[in-house]
Design a protein around this ligand. Sequence first.
Ligand code: MG
Length: 385
Amino acid sequence: MDSSSANLQAVAPYAAHESVSRGRRYTEQSHFYRGEYQRDRDRIIHSAAFRRLVYKTQVFVNHEGDHYRTRLTHSLEVAQIARTVAVCLGLNEQLVEAICLAHDLGHTPFGHAGQEALNDCMEPWGGFEHNLQSLRVVDELEHKYADFPGLNLTFETREGILKHCSKRNARLLGAVGERFLNRQQAGLEAQLANLADEIAYNNHDVDDGLRAGLLTIEELCAVELFREQYEAVRRNHKMIDRRALIHEIVRGMINCVVTDLVDTCREKLEKENPLTIDAVRAVPQPLIQFSTRVSGQHRELKRYLNQSLYQHESVQRMSAQASEVVTGLFERFISNPDTMPEEHASRAGLWQQESGDAGQARAVADYVAGMTDRYAFAVFEKPDK
Ligand code: MG
């Protein structure tokens, strides 16, 4: 892929280089002054799916409060963390940013409860998986270009978006699915985006959980990563108020795991010394990893959040409602696809002709998955909307 060199960041040999990119699905002219990964990022930011993330739940439903994370602010935090690490390791910052900003584009309304409900609805037709849906959004569903469907992103960005994939789905995806069949790794930027996602949600969910009063500082001290930072802040600030205390702890936790990640990756990269992105792909294990100690601490925090926050009865109450809305909408549109807006109804008709009920169901799932929380509520309550 030929591109203006003016905007190409100097990166390490093991990073993604545009000169050896596997390119776009539809050939395009290179841009006069923007690099290819920069163009990917810009296309994502200008997409309708990206704008909708502002009204999609991360854990707390948008109307519960203005300070909780949404899918949009979560994605920005993921990108911020990943860019910091990318610069430290000499990785391609623009590529990692593009992947992070796109990684949740396929999420349904209402977070994981919405995804589970839609997956159940789609069970007879291959299920629904938000990760695969993110790829679908950028490959097919965004409609912005005259010459091709989707955003026509580079292979490396698409590879990063597709974090997980079943073998069955991988077989249908062509080149971007191959690594799940060949047991290969993704490039380092994709690996980094994946861990930055975990770092972001583990830490911001602590902050949001405390804000909502569903978690307490005292109980969180049972978690080593939290307790270490709590004790450090208390040692240095005897009179600190609760709000600042929480922020200091969360900052400390992010700093601790990010520093560990940078140090561990530097060591692994030095030892393995992969000289190209393809050499990275061939290493049996991902090279972007925490140390054993921090990895254990991070898992402990994740387990804790799972039990204490995601399973909390007030989160579960919202999840039950979310499930009812998503299932209700799916059932309504699958039995009467013509009541969907024109664009979706005609797609359902076309795909019904091409691949029968499975095609029609996929069109309904695409429509429901694309909804924001508030739009889903509004349509659910007003069937004639
Ligand atoms: Mg995420």
